[in-house]
Design a protein around this ligand. Structure first.
Ligand code: CMC
Length: 436
């Protein structure tokens, strides 16, 4: 963070001395005005619900240019990472700042695969849930529960603990998500197989049974790996900010990541892929493509409460680059499975075409986001809709940990404690119950 040449001057219309605020430059992106001393100097806070203009931290991990539709992990465009690297290379990049060379990749992969099993006792914890529990409810509990199993990696201020917690979380998330799925369908849990790739092992734990061999399809394995890579990190989004805020109190990494899982669940965030597929299925049930116009009218009617799920983004005011890559994967997977004429894919394309030409969407710069096509891919692979967000959480875990570790190592880090503009009752006296 470099001091910029110019400074900001804040003056007040009703007098009082103006104050000067420093401006910092990042390596790319908007400059920031440092308001840390604002309250001490003026007795005032800034007001910014939803953080529309507030940088809550400096970070060197992920950069998004929302106008260009560009996403960089540690400087590398997502298109290059999704095409030339696998998910574990991307994990290494996010965690340690650089892509691994061949030896580093082998070492990192071996460290992760050595931690794929979960403590056998976790099964009994899982069995306490109803079989019809939402997988995100199960996952929030299981991830938080890890802190009760791995006591040697719960000190967030100890770099060795953070490192082993990071590896454990990345390694165990696929196992936990697959266990949540197997439990929901009443099948036995499938243990990890460490000779498989990260994505291949996940598919195996999901779809193998003790009575039938499951051969991992390379096309589906690549699609799963790409889904993981595209979701690995996304700057200071709601769940990442939740993880940072939660971790800022000094809580253990498993608890902080569980908070991220809980936040991700919401339909405006990670839950959008599930909501998007449900929306496509609803339109299909109404009559499919012929009903798109009618549905769009509802979306544009503010009183209907209906949104076009998988469209719009706080940061992207252009096509989400992940959506393009996901559409490509969607084509590959549907072709592999002989589902080229999948009605939901056709419907999604029709919706996209209409939205991209419609004044409502054009004027608001609403474009497809990553969730628009990811649901169709996952459904084709055989993943049940309620599990979509759990898979997003699995993939985002590395980003959450990288961001958490970055925060703890930042000398400027403080416990997160937003302020408020109080608009409630001023001081008053409690009246005896009979006279209230
Ligand atoms: N359908 C219809 N109208 C929309 C949509 C949509 N999907 N998204 C935004 N708008 C409208 C919104 O009503 C508002 O209109 P107006 O200016 O007339 O009041 C305008 O566009 C600006 O929207 P906003 O709600 O102020 O934008 P935001 O930055 O607060 O919200 C969002 C971003 C992602 C929550 C929102 O676009 C949305 O709810 N999209 C659908 C859910 C979704 O797909 N979420 C996944 C996000 S990508 C995955 C992730 O990173 O988690």
């Amino acid at each position: 963070m470099k001091l910029a040449e110019n400074k900001a001057t804040l003056s007040f219309s009703q007098g009082g001395a103006p104050i000067e605020l420093p401006i910092y430059k990042g390596s790319i992106g908007p400059d920031v005005i440092d308001i840390r001393k604002l309250y001490a100097q003026t007795g005032m806070f800034t007001y910014d619900p939803g953080f529309l203009s507030t940088a809550a931290t400096q970070s060197a991990i992920t950069y998004i240019d929302g106008d260009k539709g560009e996403l960089l992990y540690r400087g590398y465009p997502i298109e290059q990472l999704a095409t030339n690297c696998d998910f574990l290379e991307t994990c290494h990049l996010l965690l340690y700042g650089e892509l691994p060379n061949a030896a580093q990749k082998a070492e990192f992969t071996s460290r992760v695969t050595n931690h794929t099993m979960v403590n056998e006792q976790m099964q009994f914890f899982l069995r306490g849930f109803r079989r019809d529990a939402h997988p995100m409810a199960v996952l929030t509990g299981l991830v938080g529960g890890l802190s009760a199993f791995y006591h040697d990696s719960t000190d967030i201020n100890n770099p060795k603990h953070r490192e082993i917690a990071a590896i454990r979380l990345i390694a165990k998330m696929p196992t936990l998500v697959a266990m949540a799925y197997k439990y929901s369908v009443g099948q036995p849990f499938v243990y990890p197989k460490n000779h498989l790739s990260y994505a291949g092992n996940f598919l195996h734990m999901m779809f193998a049974t003790p009575c039938e061999e499951y051969k991992v399809s390379p096309v589906l394995e690549r699609a799963m790996d790409r889904i993981f890579t595209l979701h690995a990190d996304h700057e200071q989004n709601a769940s990442t900010s939740t993880v940072r805020l939660c971790g800022s109190s000094g809580t253990n990494p498993f608890a902080a990541i569980a908070a991220g899982v809980a936040c991700l669940w919401g339909p405006a965030h990670g839950g959008a892929n599930e909501a998007c597929l449900n929306m496509l299925e609803e339109i299909q049930a109404m009559g499919g493509i012929s009903k798109v116009g009618e549905f769009m009218e509802k979306v544009k009617d503010k009183n209907s409460g209906v949104k076009l799920m998988g469209f719009g983004h706080r940061v992207y005011k252009n096509y989400d680059p992940r959506a393009k890559l996901m559409q490509e994967t969607c084509n590959e997977v549907l072709t592999e499975l002989g589902l080229e004429n999948d009605p939901l894919f056709k419907l999604a394309k029709a919706l996209e075409k209409i939205a991209l030409e419609d004044e409502y969407f054009v004027s608001r710069k609403l474009y497809p986001n990553v969730d628009f096509y990811s649901g169709i891919v996952q459904r084709a692979i055989g993943i049940p809709v309620p599990l979509f967000t759990a898979i997003f959480a699995l993939a985002r875990t590395v980003g959450w940990i990288a961001q958490l570790n970055e925060m703890i190592s930042d000398p400027e880090y403080k416990i997160g404690r937003p302020r408020q503009l109080f608009s409630g009752a001023v001081k008053r006296d409690v009246q005896p119950i009979g006279t209230r």
